[in-house]
Ligand binder design. Sequence first.
Ligand SMILES: Cc1cc2nc3c(=O)[nH]c(=O)nc-3n(C[C@H](O)[C@H](O)[C@H](O)COP(=O)(O)O)c2cc1C
Length: 382
Amino acid sequence: MGGSVFGTLFKVITFGESHGPGLGCVIDGCPAGLPLNAEDISRDLRRRRPGAGGASTSRAEEDEPEILSGVYEGRTLGTPIAVLVRNTGQRSADYDKLKDLYRPGHADWTWETKYGFRDHRGGGRSSARETLGRVAAGAVARVFLASRGIEIRAWTSSAAGIAAPRLFPVSEPQAADPAFDWDEIERNLLRMPGKAAAAKALEVLTEIAAQGDSAGCEVSCLVRNLPPGLGEPVFDKLDARIAGAMLSLGAAKGIEFGAGFAAALGRGSKLNDQPVPAGNRPPEWAAGLPPGVPAASWKSNNSGGVLGGLSTGQDLYFTVAFKPVPSIMKKQETINRRGEKEELAIQGRHDTCIAPRAVPVVEAMTALVLADLVLLDRCSRV
Ligand SMILES: Cc1cc2nc3c(=O)[nH]c(=O)nc-3n(C[C@H](O)[C@H](O)[C@H](O)COP(=O)(O)O)c2cc1C
């Protein structure tokens, strides 16, 4: 099976199945000398763990990372960094019934069609547990980016149709809803930037869970302090790389940048981000520009911080849409291995909504793309 390797210079391979002995990642190309310890990785793994009340699976996952290589005396060596997380909370018997059935909305039939054989326990490698290796690698990428002042924050922008306060309402691109509260994100179970919206969404999700059903959500992400010019202008555009990374996540169904799909309905005169003199850009920002190029600011950020596939130096801003979790307790129709009709009500421990857990996963994939592009940018001009 191909496709488990990600990145060009900051390269990651993830491994592991949901109910196998363990999962993790190997990172090749992380620069030497970066301060790194297991807690940097644990912090994000804890945020990925289940435990968000009505929205999240009750599987008890400890998810303690072991750094097997690449770090000595708290600093990266520049050699491959291997991180292993052992599986401890599996209940494979929960999946016995699914051995010969194909879950609607899940990867069972397509995987079996391709490989002729699959690990059905917990969904094998098509399980959301696969994101663990991504989050571990993303935590390392995040430390690298933080050393350059780059900050990544994601949050749940809607769940079960309940919208959180918007950072950039589409009609007024730069004006944040005053109810948007950064500090609230990690305080509530859904990781929404508004207490009232989170309480309402949780109430709706609890009802949906009680009906044995699931719901979709949107996760938004903002990256601050990106230098201008990140990305490669043809196949490795910044937005193309971010989109590919996000759509490689289970249940991800769409992505929009800045004003997003609403731009398709607008006018150029409203949507063009107009450059203005740089104003209070810090001197080190202008110092990174080639001779003869003026520092610039923009009146708006409808593009989401990307023009021509390259970062503008504004905040990178995008939103990912996730479909409802496919494993539901409600009765559904399917077929078995013999091709006969069956009814299926899925037991086991599943999220009702991907929302709170997708937030650190979106941040991790963003970090992996950006770490790679920062390294690639070092070879862009003399
Ligand atoms: C963070 C996260 C958590 C998820 N939790 C579950 C879950 O508990 N149960 C489930 O059936 N699918 C879950 N999924 C979605 C499945 O992995 C996904 O729907 C499945 O692999 C089929 O892929 P597709 O929906 O992209 O076609 C989750 C996905 C993510 C990213």
